[in-house]
Design a protein around this ligand. Structure first.
Ligand code: SF4
Length: 240
């Protein structure tokens, strides 16, 4: 009888997909040459989640959507083109803190990327090990339109911890200009900066239409506007 493989929490990543080279599609690094490691699993369930294959068993065959990959194998993949940005995303990458710390340090030590970004919902604090290794946290606290209760999506202690890393940028997924007051409340309450507003949408027409509606109100508040470059280029294709 073949026993199931138990991932080693220090050496094995539970991965949904690895992909690239492509461009970072969101936030301040938009347009940069990037490789992505999308980790499996999320403890939240945002109504508009664009990577639900990482956790939603009602819509996806989760057995087929995850694989266990060693840090060494990920490093071998990255070593083929050791340049640009590496983005560790999800799902929620900080659900696998030990191996993410191992991976980030190994990438840095081997010189396999210029920068390392982690994309997180801001509901789990990064370990000091991870903070030391990465360039930037792209933190995306969820608004009420995610369908989550406030206590699920806003964790004050975690937000404070991320602020004190001095490595966080704050990327809010917005559907409509009326959402911006909610963003402002969070920005004021927790001292979040810099702020990026990004339209929710998984097709280019929606992203462009919402960016046009958001542009002037975002400028008036002194914030940044993010597109979703991968959506403008490739619509909702996976692994782009
Ligand atoms: S936190 Fe991210 S991955 Fe998790 S459900 Fe929300 S959008 Fe999806």
């Amino acid at each position: 009888m073949k026993l199931p493989t138990v991932p080693d929490a220090d050496r094995d990543l539970v991965v949904n997909e690895t992909f690239g080279p492509t461009f970072q599609g969101e936030g301040p690094s938009t347009g940069r040459y990037a490789r992505f490691i999308r980790l499996f699993g999320c403890h939240l369930s945002c109504s508009w989640c664009d990577s639900a294959q990482t956790h939603d068993g009602s819509r996806y065959d989760l057995d087929a959507e995850h694989q266990v990959i060693s840090v060494e194998d990920v490093l071998c993949w990255l070593a083929a083109e050791p340049r640009g940005l590496v983005v560790i995303t999800g799902g929620e990458p900080l659900l696998q803190p030990r191996v993410v710390g191992t991976l980030a340090h190994a990438i840095r030590d081997a010189g396999l990327a210029t920068d390392i970004e982690i994309e997180t919902s801001g509901t789990l604090a990064p370990t000091p090990d991870i903070v030391a290794a990465v360039t930037q946290f792209n933190v995306s606290p969820k608004l009420a339109h995610s369908g989550l209760h406030r206590h699920q999506r806003i964790r004050p202690t975690v937000l404070h911890q991320l602020v004190t890393t001095h490595k966080a940028i704050w990327k809010f997924v917005v559907q409509d200009p009326s959402d911006l007051d909610e963003v402002e409340d969070l920005v004021s309450a927790f001292g979040l900066a810099p702020v990026w507003v990004m339209p929710e949408g998984t097709d280019s027409a929606t992203v462009l239409a919402r960016m046009r509606l958001l542009a002037d109100p975002v400028l008036e508040r002194g914030w940044h506007l993010s597109t979703r470059l991968h959506t403008l280029l490739w619509e909702n294709d996976r692994a782009r």
